[in-house]
Design a protein around this ligand. Structure first.
Ligand code: NAI
Ligand code: A1CAB
Length: 272
């Protein structure tokens, strides 16, 4: 595939990760641009990745094939309304903003190819996962180009309908925070059991990493891996029984429902 020109509008944490991932995959600096009001971020991108940077969004998108919108959801409408008059009809919009629907983007930018994505912060280490949804105006080639951008920082999975983005947000968009919460709680509990805090933290973190790698690399599912750790009448069983007596699975379901509902609610509020 020849290299499409990609412009990032907004070059904070998520955009910088995507740019780093694309460069590491061999996408030339000449194919990537970024528009960003912060001079520090612009200088850093020039220095670290050799890409052209702009302070003017309209200037930055001239001639781009793909435009990645990576500003905060709260300013997306204003950014889009400013860009609308400067867009060419064949330019593809890729939005990574939480809670901004394709319909809202098209109402601000006009009818055009739009890919809506929900990445997550492990993208910073190129260990992210994203859900992607394309509106019907996106061609197969444009889909492949959008997938190349998101797969530069991890796994990219296509969704059949846009409503599934709320579920992706609940599972993987917000998901890193759930694992951090478990690490925090296990560290605290380990300390209460008499371990030095630093030791409890390292045990918890390395266990999370090891378990995630086993779940990812093993050919059996998580429940079977769990069964293999759980000796009958043993220590794991004692802990799992305690989690389940406290309604662990139902609580996880409720928490993810709350995240998905909030995602839909934000789309309603921010999409006006
Ligand atoms: N942090 C997370 O866990 C996730 C974030 N996202 C989405 O990614 C998007 C970006 O998030 P972050 O990179 O974390 O935020 P960030 O705050 O690091 O980056 C946003 C950048 O936009 C720049 N900006 C502000 N006004 C601008 C304008 N008018 N034109 C161009 N650029 C402008 C800011 O200076 C900043 O560098 C958000 O929409 C967020 O919803 C999506 C998935 C997960
Ligand atoms: O908490 C949030 O709203 C954003 C979306 C996914 C991760 N962070």
């Amino acid at each position: 595939m020849s290299n499409p020109i990609i412009t990032f509008v907004g070059a904070g944490n998520m955009a910088a990760s995507l740019i780093g991932g694309l460069r590491a995959q061999g996408v030339p600096a000449s194919a990537i641009r970024a528009s960003e009001p912060g001079s520090e971020q612009r200088n850093r991108l020039q220095r670290e990745h050799g890409i052209a940077t702009f302070s003017d969004n309209a200037e930055a998108i001239k001639g781009a094939d793909l435009i990645v919108l990576a500003v905060k959801p709260q300013i997306m409408k204003a950014v889009c309304l400013d860009l609308a008059a400067h867009l060419a009809s064949n330019q593809v919009i890729i939005s990574i903003a939480a809670g901004i629907s394709c319909a809202s983007l098209e109402s601000w930018l006009g009818e055009r190819p739009v890919v809506r994505c929900m990445p997550n912060t492990p993208a910073l280490l190129r260990q992210g996962v994203s859900g992607l949804f394309a509106n019907p105006r996106v061609s197969a080639e444009q889909k492949a180009q959008a997938e190349q951008v998101l797969s530069a920082v991890g796994l990219a999975l296509w969704l059949d309908n846009e409503a599934q983005i709320d579920a992706v947000t609940a599972v993987s968009g917000s998901g890193p925070a759930y694992f951090f919460l478990l690490i925090e709680a296990m560290t605290e509990a380990g300390e209460q059991l008499g371990l030095p805090r630093e030791t409890a933290a390292r045990l918890s973190i390395q266990t999370a990493l090891g378990a995630a790698r086993m779940a990812s690399e093993s050919d059996v599912d998580a429940s079977e891996l769990r069964r293999r750790v759980t000796s009958p009448n043993g220590t794991t069983e004692a802990a799992i029984n305690t989690f389940q007596a406290g309604g662990f699975e139902a609580l996880v379901q409720q928490a993810l429902n709350a995240a998905a509902n909030r995602s839909a609610e934000l789309a309603e509020q921010l999409g006006q």
